[in-house]
Design a protein. Structure first.
Length: 387
């Protein structure tokens, strides 16, 4: 079956040249970078070259980049590591109610250890209120963590303004930028970002590798005991093939961000416009302007998203009902509930996330199949009959 893949927010296909770049580090240049002989020193240089590439992509210094296993570990290390290291300065943390589970659950874990957490509300488009953020700051506030762009509805938060507020009150600012890197131009200095999480498999790089930017002077505790790797902040033998692939992929993605965004956003708008004009009783979730170029989260009244997903899957179409990290849950998306959707509409939502490999022909196939699927499901829906 010919697969039409529209779930790039969950993961992207690794670029062929990225794979080719990684292969030597699994075969010929396979040495442990912590060893002292010459071949290992060559591998250590490759790791540091990748660190330079990641740093350049976000306008940071290479000494401020720590490699991890991905976005979730980076979020945990940033939030928990900072909270533990700075507990004597205060125990109040601020985040939003629509963060990725890696952030939300890190905050909940810290609450069990005596930390106080404020969860900022969002408006109907998923934006936090800057006024609410500033009102929430206390004398013992030590960390603000707000995601750069939402993984479910694509809304891009006013990161620079949040960074300005954090700097004004001398509070550390962390952002989960996993969905943003490769789709949005990021400058940690201009935006006053102190810590930033990213993951390779969101921008056509390998899975199982990510990075955390920690501004010089910011203290974080290690979460795992072990060796001296990553300046003692993240122990464990380095995933060299993943790291060099991450470095290559982020450089490539950031160099072509404008070109890719133009194509992807045009496909996204074409998809949304066709759905709005050809399928009744639908709602686009998230802001139509300040959103990720490939994200289109739409609610279909009278039907369930899981049923839509399974029907599309049988037609060779891959979409999502929300975050891949919580897609096994039968509960409606907390993100969609937070922006004011009813349980019914939240249950009837699917997320299409386009990437650079998608085509207009694929989008046309998606909409044509979607029209058929929605029509069939509504014929069987008791909710539709009640109307």
């Amino acid at each position: 079956m010919n697969i039409r893949y529209f779930d790039n927010a969950a993961t992207t296909r690794v670029d062929d040249d990225v794979i080719e770049y990684m292969i030597p580090y699994m075969k010929e240049v396979y040495f442990n970078p912590s060893s002292l002989y010459k071949p290992s020193i060559m591998v250590k240089k490759a790791v540091n070259d990748a660190r330079e590439r990641v740093a350049k992509a976000i306008n940071a210094n290479s000494s401020e980049i720590y490699f991890t296993s991905g976005g979730s570990e980076s979020d945990n290390l940033a939030i928990k590591g900072f909270a533990y290291a700075n507990r004597k300065k205060g125990n109040h943390l601020i985040t939003s109610c629509i963060e990725h589970p890696a952030v939300i659950n890190s905050m909940k874990s810290l609450e069990k250890e005596g930390f106080e957490v404020t969860y900022l509300s969002v408006d109907e488009n998923g934006f936090i209120s800057l006024d609410e953020l500033e009102r929430s700051i206390k004398e013992n506030t030590i960390l603000i963590s707000v995601m750069f762009a939402n993984n479910e509805i694509g809304t891009i938060e006013p990161i620079k303004k949040i960074g300005d507020i954090a700097k004004k009150y001398n509070i550390c600012f962390h952002t989960d930028a996993v969905q943003a890197i490769g789709s949005v131009n990021v400058d940690v200095n201009d935006m006053n970002i102190d810590m930033l999480s990213l993951s390779g498999h969101k921008f056509y790089g390998p899975k199982g590798v990510g990075a955390l930017f920690v501004r010089k002077g910011i203290l974080i505790n290690r979460l795992n005991d072990g060796g001296h790797q990553e300046k003692g902040k993240r122990s464990g033998t380095e995933n060299v093939p993943g790291i060099v692939g991450l470095g290559y992929a982020i450089e490539k993605a950031c160099n072509s961000v404008d070109e890719n965004n133009k194509k992807i956003s045009e496909l996204r708008d074409y998809y949304i416009d066709r759905v709005l004009s050809e399928i009744s009783d639908v709602k686009v979730n998230g802001d139509r302007t300040n959103r990720l170029p490939g994200n289109a989260n739409i609610s279909f009244k009278y039907v369930e998203g899981e049923s839509i997903l399974l029907r599309l899957d049988s037609k060779g179409v891959c979409v999502s009902t929300g975050s891949a990290c919580s897609s096994l849950s039968l509960e409606p998306s907390y993100v969609l509930l937070s922006i004011g959707l009813s349980h019914e509409l939240a249950h009837g939502s699917i997320r299409v996330s386009l990437g650079k490999h998608n085509t207009k022909e694929e989008v046309d196939y998606l909409v044509d199949v979607l029209k058929e699927v929605i029509g069939d499901l509504r014929k069987m829906s008791p909710l539709c009959e009640e109307e």
